[in-house]
Design a protein around this ligand. Structure first.
Ligand code: MN
Length: 241
């Protein structure tokens, strides 16, 4: 038995093979898991839960529903692309929405799970954008528009973000070490699992004289990426297309 962590699938019609890989992953790898944690950016864009009615999204929602119906708990932490995933999505899939910083019991250890973009505090333009889109007034105004208008705004925001990223160094877009230490101290954990940066790896460092670990999940652009945890092992693996 294992607990699985994934993030940054960025599912969209432009990458149909990734959607197929995810559906296979749900039907096979995840079918006998203790739990599946999706740590954000499952979707390239999510403009509101009425997007469930889109046929492609309905397939994905249905596949997660089959997994939860079969008894595998699925947990979802919002990413910066799918921050509007809401209770209707949770109801349709049977998944549980978790806060951005969630401390969970992973076999013998309490670990912290996050999407990760809130850790990139050197990236001030991203943090300003994040503050804007997480503002309830902004969300209410956005959601009051029809779905076509929302999709157009989302495309525009993504293009803006891509243009800004071109001028940013990798260092600015990575997590800020002091922010990582601070959040781990606050939650009293020695292991943090997150995604967002698309820089998969396992990092060891020191917090208050103890060895701390940060495990970064990979994106699903060219392959799948999954962290498989058992009571005595943690393996970061890729899934071939
Ligand atoms: Mn992200």
């Amino acid at each position: 038995m294992a607990t699985l962590f994934i993030s940054d699938l960025h599912l969209c019609v432009e990458r149909p093979r990734i959607t197929e890989l995810f559906l296979e992953f749900l039907a096979n790898n995840a079918a006998h898991a203790d739990a599946l944690y999706i740590l954000g950016d499952l979707f390239e864009a999510w403009v509101g839960d009425d997007a469930i009615e889109d046929p492609e999204n309905a397939r994905i929602v249905g596949a997660i529903r089959r997994l939860t119906t079969a008894g595998v708990p699925v947990y979802f932490v919002h990413g910066n692309r799918d921050f509007l995933v809401g209770e209707a999505f949770a109801g349709a899939t049977g998944c549980t929405l978790l806060p951005e910083e969630s401390r969970i019991r992973l076999y013998q250890e309490d670990v912290l799970i996050m999407h990760g973009d809130s850790l990139c505090t050197r990236d001030s333009t991203h943090q300003a954008w994040r503050a804007q889109v997480l503002d309830p007034a902004w969300q209410q105004k956005f959601l009051s528009q029809n779905i076509a208008a929302r999709m157009a705004i989302a495309t525009d925001l993504r293009q803006q973000s891509d243009r800004m990223k071109r001028d940013k160094s990798m260092e600015i877009m990575d997590v800020e070490p002091a922010t990582v230490t601070h959040v781990m101290q606050r939650h009293q954990v020695r292991t943090l699992i997150h995604g967002h940066t698309h820089r998969p790896g396992q990092h060891e460092f020191d917090i208050d004289g103890h060895t701390a670990r940060r495990i970064v999940l990979g994106d699903w652009y060219e392959q799948g990426s999954v962290l498989t945890c058992t009571a005595d092992s943690r393996r970061l693996e890729t899934l071939a297309l």
